[in-house]
Design a protein around this ligand. Structure first.
Ligand code: C2E
Ligand code: MG
Ligand code: MG
Ligand code: MG
Length: 281
């Protein structure tokens, strides 16, 4: 609610919530046609291996250019898609598109050998996910080791036992699982110990001041040590400066991701910047 002076010295209360709901409904109504009209596309943000000094994987991030709503950020429309159920069709499309691109990269001996796809809670907790993942990998004749799924702590904690079963099944399938936005949720160390995941992604909020704040550096160091204890690969997200990179390297972080290495870009842009890996026959 916003209280505004309408210029006549009367206070008018606007219920901005009403307008937001209207806007959300409008966005939700555009989803299906947006998918059919090809308004969605994927950008890819490289993951840089600090040990090898090379990019070897990337995260797929959805983009939406709507002729009606303009550019809509995924942070805005993904929660709406989760609420109205469109997330199922959208995730199927994203998985298919990411695997299609990964197959091209694999065929071209590109540096990027693994593609990560973000999976929302409703999709992750549905019994259809494993079937969809298997089907999509088969459709593109792609080995599961080329696919990684990013899930958040929060979605795991919603239904822990269910989530555990899904992760187990995906792991058996050969797909890698990473825990996204780590540190922002409420999962306890006990839970982390029980999760058969492979990768831990430290949330950007811990990385922002890692080079200037003693406390944040100590926190990140603890998270990295924790990851090592559980035999997990650890990635820092949102690295924008070389100073942050240097601290993370010193702390033994395995990977970094962020604007310092590259913004999320369309595949063609990445291909122009980063070529093929050396082909060894
Ligand atoms: P996320 O999965 O944690 O992705 C990281 C976000 O941080 C991305 O924003 C990325 O562009 C941004 N980012 C990366 N490096 C930097 C940096 O150095 N500085 C700054 N300021 N930002 C950086 P984006 O693409 O807007 O996505 C936001 C969130 O929306 C994602 O957070 C994810 O939760 C969700 N999302 C994006 N694409 C998808 C998708 O395909 N499926 C699902 N389910 N969710 C998605
Ligand atoms: Mg992510
Ligand atoms: Mg993240
Ligand atoms: Mg994040």
């Amino acid at each position: 609610r916003h209280v505004k002076n309408n210029g006549k010295n009367e206070l008018v209360v606007y219920n901005s919530n009403f307008h937001n709901q209207d806007k959300e409904r409008h966005i939700a109504m555009s989803f299906q046609s947006a998918l059919e009209n090809g308004e969605f596309y994927l950008c890819y943000q490289p993951k840089f291996n600090l040990h090898t000094g090379k990019i070897d994987s990337a995260e797929a991030l959805i983009r939406w250019e709507s002729p009606v709503h303009g550019f809509v950020s995924p942070a805005k429309f993904i929660p709406i898609a989760e609420k109205n159920g469109f997330i199922f069709d959208l995730t199927k499309w994203i998985l298919n598109e990411a695997c299609r691109q990964m197959k091209i990269w694999q065929h071209d001996h590109h540096l990027i050998e693994r593609i990560a796809v973000n999976i929302s809670a409703p999709m992750f907790l549905s019994d259809r996910l494993i079937e969809i993942v298997k089907y999509t990998l088969q459709a593109h004749d792609l080995n599961p080791r080329h696919l990684e799924l990013e899930i958040t702590e929060t979605s795991i904690m919603q239904q822990f036992d269910n989530a555990l079963n899904v992760i187990d099944a995906l792991k058996k399938e050969g797909v890698s699982i990473s825990l996204d936005d780590f540190g922002t949720g409420v999962s306890s160390l006990t839970y982390l110990k029980m999760l058969p995941i492979h990768i831990l992604k430290i949330d950007k909020s811990f990385i922002d001041d890692v080079h200037t704040s003693y406390e944040d550096k100590a926190l990140v160091e603890m998270i990295i040590q924790l990851a090592k204890l559980f035999d997990l690969t650890v990635i820092a997200e949102g690295v924008e400066k070389v100073e942050q990179l240097n601290v993370l390297k010193e702390l033994g972080c395995d990977y970094i991701q962020g604007y310092f290495i590259s913004r999320p870009e369309r595949a063609e842009v990445l291909n122009a910047h980063y070529g093929r890996r050396e082909y060894k026959s």
